[in-house]
Structures are given as structure tokens and as C-alpha cells.
Design a binder for this molecule. Structure first.
Ligand SMILES: Cc1cc2nc3c(=O)[nH]c(=O)nc-3n(C[C@H](O)[C@H](O)[C@H](O)COP(=O)(O)OP(=O)(O)OC[C@H]3O[C@@H](n4cnc5c(N)ncnc54)[C@H](O)[C@@H]3O)c2cc1C
Length: 281
């Protein structure tokens, strides 16, 4: 399919990109990797009149760590995240995104701004209690808990650009990621991310669990976390907690799976992700 006609600019500074967005009004869109936006345009599900390409804007790529926080530039490609093992859970999740071609183009800022509940990194950001920095008329930080508002809807306003994704450095945490899809390059039918920190006696000091594609937004598996926190991390405790993974979820039925099957997948994948995280912690 051929997209509707649009104008295109590739500004060379963030201020120029923000100005172009402002001038373009509500039908102007940021273009990052284009791997979600361009397919939507080709299907005519999106018809922006202006694309503001961020590829020439300096300072939006790279991974830096300071004071216990990892800062990932919004234009950092999935491949760079997937091949940075120090990113722990985010690296594991990014490595499962589609295929190498998609990972070479898609960006962390794009996938977070797009807010697709079937995408891998939004649930990781939520579970790890990360945030995004955005620039519009002013700079502000949006916590992941406030970010994902509805299906494909985030708290990022028109005219704002995500500049950075922030995650806590995962020192002392073990990470596990379990995803189920029919073909390796497909989006998750369901995916579960888990991060576990052990106390000195080996018990569970803290745990974070995120669910992908179990609702219109990424979710935190609160019941699972509560069941594990402060207790054991043996196979029995993990299996019992993982049995609660579908609590409070509302998975939409789709061509691949019924809601009940997704709930079943969440429980199975939660156990696998937790076992992997506990073994690494
Ligand atoms: C065949 C295929 C398979 C895929 N499989 C998976 C998968 O398994 N898992 C997965 O997670 N993803 C998958 N994706 C999606 C991929 O990860 C995309 O790259 C990602 O969703 C969007 O990132 P992007 O950089 O391409 O953003 P774009 O497509 O350029 O933009 C997406 C949206 O975000 C906005 N946006 C982008 N950057 C910013 C910014 N910095 N500030 C504000 N707004 C911004 C755009 O305006 C647009 O609305 C797949 C894509 C394809 C084509």
C-alpha cells in the first residue's frame, strides 16, 4: 500500500525538531526507526501530514550509566540494547524483538512512545520502575507508572519528544524473560519479564514482574510479587506465585489466542521467567 502524501524534514538539532513539530501541528509526527509508524501509514491507519525525522539530531543515542541509573538515548536501536548485557532484563527482552533487520532500525524511544502492549520493552520499563525524559516547551520526566494510559496511548503529549529512557542499574538483580509467539519474528502472544534480588540468606528480598499483551497496556503482576517478596525462591514457591500471574489482567482475544489461553500462557511464562531470574540472582 502507498501512504497518503506527507512532508518530511530531518532537522539537525532537538530545538529545530521541536519547532518543526510545533509548526506542523497535531498532524505532525516524529519519525524514529519507522518500524511501527511506516507500516501504519502504508495501511492508511495513520496519515501524518509531516514527518520529523530524528536521525540527524545529535545526542539521542548511546547508553550511559551514572549514580545507579542507566540512561539510554531515545534513538538507541534495539540491537544496541540487545547487545549490552549490563542492561540485564532490557537486553534480554530487546534480543527477542522480531528479527535482526527490525532490531537494526527500531529504537527504544519509538517503542516506548508507540505504547503497543504487545511490544517487549514497555513492560520492562514498567516492572523496573523506569522513566522517560521528554522535551516539549519544557523538559519533564514521566515515570513508567504514569506513562502507559491506554492502548497505543501514552502520557507523551503532541509536540513532545522522548530524549532518554532511564532504568535503574540492575546490580545484584537476576533477570529472566519468557516470551511465547508462533514464529520467532512475531510479536509476543504473551511475554513475562522478571527481576529478582536475593537477601543474604537466599530468600527473595525484592522482585518485579511485568506482563506483555495481557491488557491494553503493559501490566505489573502485583499478586505474584507480593506472594514472593520476603519468602523462599525454591521451585515450589515460584510455581505457587506464578499461578497468580493472570490476576487482575484483561487479555484481549486475538487471531492467535483466546483470553483464557493467554492467561494460561502468563502463568507458565511467569514460572519460567522467575526460575531464570532466581537462578541468576
Ligand atoms: C515485522 C516487525 C516485527 C516486529 N516485532 C516486534 C516484536 O516482536 N517486539 C517489539 O517490541 N516490537 C516489534 N516490532 C516493532 C519495533 O520494535 C518498532 O521498532 C517499535 O515499535 C517502534 O520503534 P521505531 O523506532 O521504529 O518507531 P517509529 O515507528 O518511528 O515511531 C513509532 C511511534 O512513536 C513515535 N515516536 C518515535 N520516536 C519518538 C520519540 N523519540 N519521541 C516521541 N515520539 C516518538 C512516532 O511518532 C510514532 O507515533 C516489530 C516491527 C516490525 C516491522
Amino acid at each position: 500500500m502507498i501512504p497518503a502524501e506527507f512532508d518530511y524534514v530531518a532537522p539537525e538539532s532537538l530545538d529545530a525538531a521541536l519547532a518543526a513539530l510545533r509548526e506542523g501541528g497535531e498532524d505532525a509526527k516524529v519519525l524514529a526507526g519507522g518500524h511501527s509508524l511506516v507500516p501504519l501509514m502504508k495501511l492508511r491507519l495513520a496519515a501524518p501530514t509531516l514527518l520529523v525525522d530524528l536521525r540527524r539530531v545529535p545526542g539521542l543515542t548511546g547508553i550511559q550509566r551514572a549514580n545507579g541509573t542507566v540512561r539510554i538515548g531515545a534513538m538507541t536501536r534495539h540491537h544496541a540494547v540487545a547487545t549490552a548485557p549490563e542492561l540485564g532484563l532490557a537486553a534480554k527482552a530487546a534480543a527477542t524483538i522480531a528479527d535482526q533487520q527490525v532490531r537494526n532500525r527500531g529504537t527504544i524511544g519509538g517503542t516506548i512512545a508507540h505504547g503497543d502492549p504487545a511490544s517487549d520493552l514497555p513492560a520492562v520499563l514498567l516492572a523496573l520502575e523506569g522513566s522517560v525524559m521528554v522535551r516539549g516547551e519544557r523538559e519533564r520526566e514521566i515515570a513508567a507508572t504514569d506513562l502507559f494510559q491506554d492502548y497505543l496511548t501514552t502520557a507523551i503529549a503532541d509536540g513532545e519528544i522522548v530524549t532518554e529512557v532511564r532504568l535503574p542499574a540492575g546490580d545484584g538483580w537476576g533477570a529472566g524473560y519468557a516470551k511465547f509467539n508462533r514464529r520467532v519474528e512475531d510479536w509476543a502472544m504473551v511475554a513475562v519479564c522478571a527481576s529478582v534480588r536475593r537477601a543474604a540468606d537466599g530468600s527473595c528480598a525484592d522482585v518485579r514482574v511485568g506482563l506483555t499483551n495481557m491488557s491494553g497496556v503493559p501490566l505489573r503482576a502485583n499478586a505474584v510479587e507480593q506472594a514472593l517478596r520476603g519468602g523462599g525462591l525454591d521451585a515450589q514457591a515460584i510455581a505457587a506465585a506464578a499461578g497468580l500471574a493472570a490476576e487482575g489482567t484483561d487479555p484481549p482475544e486475538d487471531l492467535n489466542a483466546s483470553s483464557d489461553y493467554k492467561r494460561h500462557l502468563a502463568r507458565v511464562l511467569c514460572r519460567r521467567a522467575l526460575e531464570e531470574a532466581a537462578a541468576a540472582a
